[in-house]
Design a protein around this ligand. Structure first.
Ligand code: F0G
Length: 461
């Protein structure tokens, strides 16, 4: 019904509301200073529109809240675990399901069991916590995206794909025995929330099979990826999205999920695997660091809400609204003359700060400059994905990242079209005086995942 009309209609009505945090520009300037110009340090009630992340920030449905009340909080063998296990098995087809408190716990457990010195994990693109967990386990993390993934201004339907030729070459160079797994991240969060095609998954799976390397999916945003396949890949237009999702899972032997995204819950995750040996060792680690295998790091009620979320996210009215409302922000920004990663991603719009602020060089963090301006001017919170997140200091020399992006992530079922219209208006205003924005510098950089806690300061004008 909604797709026949131009106006995007949110496929829900609102039952519970929360006021937004109003502040003045002078107050926000002081708040920024107090936060050392790191928006992660700003109290959320001082944020007006929070586009920091789509992770754990979605609104649950009435049915999910009802499921919360059904939570069985038994330590072992809780009814809620079996509801959750069935939902994950029915969706993925994988035999063993381990609940964890969020995605990075699944990463830590799996990498702890499979990685080590001399090993390399290959991926279309590791998310930052995935990379950090691979590296913390002593291995190297190597990204092999298709070349068009880095040409931000050129649209293509499946820029999340892996470069299969590069994959074959790397396997030849490193030796299959040194590659514990290939991780396919759906959608590819680090490079624009772009989807992976079924064709690419099939090819990666074929190469992996030839060399006896397991393929593990990072399925934080599997439903958005599946719907992109339905919309863009020949042969899928009339297939139900749940079937497409099932086919995605069939090309791998396991998955990790941060359920804070496409399971429409505020906390949760899981690891689902077929391999008996891996799962045995993962279960031991799970008990050691998360909890007994029938609750992982979660409460019974969390497992209930998660199971229900995995159903709701595959509703095609929801997915139509989801992808079209993100694209709507992209259309607005493009019209305001703001360069974005093309085409719009599934969960976020990524502004290309390198092109938007060409007068600020990468070492002066143009992405951070824009993030600070968005907060200062209008209380909008976004996140830099650039040289603060991925830049490195090697032998005292700063090595910038290959991109300087600002991600505007859209929480699921939270903001309405007028919120987004307003974000576009703010950008149009910033675009008019973009040349006056100043660069930033890092005052204190922690060793890992620097963007969360780094202290920053504006460059003198
Ligand atoms: N994988 C992907 C693709 C992710 O985007 C994230 C988290 C994780 C794994 C880790 O999951 O947060 O539950 O531990 N992404 C969030 C974001 C933080 O803002 O994009 P987690």
């Amino acid at each position: 019904m909604p797709e026949a009309w131009k106006t995007i209609v949110e496929p829900f009505r609102i039952k519970t509301v929360e006021p937004l945090g109003f502040t003045t520009e002078a107050q926000r300037e002081q708040i920024l200073r107090d936060a050392d110009y790191n928006v992660f340090a700003i109290p959320a009630d001082k944020v007006f529109i929070d586009l920091l992340t789509d992770s754990g920030t979605g609104a649950m449905s009435a049915e999910q809240w009802a499921a919360i009340m059904r939570g069985d909080e038994s330590y072992a063998g809780a009814r809620s675990f079996f509801v959750f296990e069935k939902a994950v098995r029915d969706l993925t087809g994988y035999r063993h399901v381990l609940p964890v408190h969020q995605g990075r716990a699944a990463e830590r457990i799996l990498m702890g069991v499979t990685c080590g010195r001399g090993k390399t994990v290959l991926s279309n693109s590791h998310f930052d916590t995935t990379r950090a967990n691979v590296e913390a386990a002593g291995a190297a993390a190597l990204d092999l995206p298709v070349p068009e993934a880095l040409r931000f201004d050129v649209p293509a339907p499946f820029k999340g794909d892996m470069d299969v030729r590069a994959l074959e070459a790397k396997i030849g160079e490193l030796g299959a025995a040194n590659i514990p797994m290939i991780i396919m991240t759906l959608t590819n969060n680090s490079l624009g929330g772009q989807p992976v095609s079924m064709r690419n998954l099939r090819e990666v799976a074929r190469v992996a099979r030839e060399h006896g390397i397991p393929v593990i999916l990072d399925v934080a945003r599997f439903a958005e990826n599946a719907f992109f396949i339905k919309l863009r890949e020949p042969g899928y237009a009339t297939r139900p999205v749940r079937e497409i999702a099932r086919e995605i899972f069939s090309h791998a032997s396991g998955c990790m999920m941060s359920s804070k995204k496409d399971a429409l819950v505020n906390i949760g995750g899981f690891l689902a695997l077929n391999d008996e040996e891996w799962v045995g060792r993962c279960r031991e680690m799970l008990i050691l660091t998360e909890g007994f295998p029938t609750y992982g790091g979660l409460a019974g009620r969390d497992l209930e809400a998660l199971a229900r979320g995995l159903e709701e996210v595959l509703d095609e009215n929801y997915l139509t609204y989801r992808l079209r409302s993100v694209a709507y922000l992209g259309d607005g920004l493009r019209r305001a003359g703001v360069p974005i990663v093309e085409p719009p991603g599934g969960h976020a719009i990524y502004v290309d700060a390198k092109r938007f602020l060409p007068h600020i060089p990468p070492e002066k963090l143009p992405g951070v400059a824009l993030v600070c301006e968005l907060y200062r001017r209008a209380g909008i919170r976004a996140v830099e994905i650039g040289s603060l997140m991925f830049g490195r200091v090697e032998d005292g020399v700063f090595k910038p990242a290959s991109m300087e992006l600002v991600r505007l992530a859209i929480p699921r079922r939270v903001y309405t079209q007028s919120h987004i219209d307003w974000v576009v208006e703010v950008f149009a205003d910033i675009a008019k005086r973009a040349v006056s924005l100043r660069g930033m510098r890092v005052v204190q950089r922690p060793r890992r995942l620097a963007h969360f806690t780094a202290k920053l300061a504006p460059e003198p004008s």
